[in-house]
Design a protein around this ligand. Structure first.
Ligand code: AMP
Ligand code: ZN
Length: 112
């Protein structure tokens, strides 16, 4: 499959790893929009939050459970924001489910 994030998981495209286990991979965004900008992805390809089902929710739940650990290790003690763009209206550019973790400064009150 021609998927950028599947290639990152396979190590075919380099990335700066933050966290990894059997089910998920976290790495720094190449074009950071905050002082700390991490992407967390399931290793199994899911196109977006619009494609989450009873069958694949396990990996998504596991990912969610690990976000506090990833945020703590990234020293985001002041707080952080989680964003997941799904589909064209949200300007999703990579069609492999990912959660942006943004922090390291006081973020904008504006979300859209
Ligand atoms: P989205 O627009 O929500 O689909 O987010 C895709 C994100 O992937 C953007 O923030 C990009 O900067 C990021 N991105 C694209 N290519 C890479 C890459 N090779 N390594 C790390 N992050 C990437
Ligand atoms: Zn993929």
């Amino acid at each position: 499959m021609d998927c950028l994030f599947c290639k990152i998981i396979a190590g075919e495209i380099p990335s700066k790893k933050v966290y990894e286990d059997e089910e998920i991979y976290a790495f720094y965004d190449i074009n950071p929009q905050a002082p700390t900008h991490i992407l967390v992805i399931p290793k199994k390809h899911i196109a977006s939050m619009a494609e989450v089902t009873e069958e694949n929710i396990g990996a998504v739940a596991h990912l969610m459970q690990k976000i506090p650990l990833i945020a703590r290790e990234a020293k985001l003690d002041g707080g952080f924001r989680i964003v997941s763009n799904a589909g064209d209206d949200a300007c999703q550019s990579v069609h492999h489910l990912h959660f942006h973790i943004l922090g390291g400064k006081k973020l904008s009150e504006q979300m859209a």
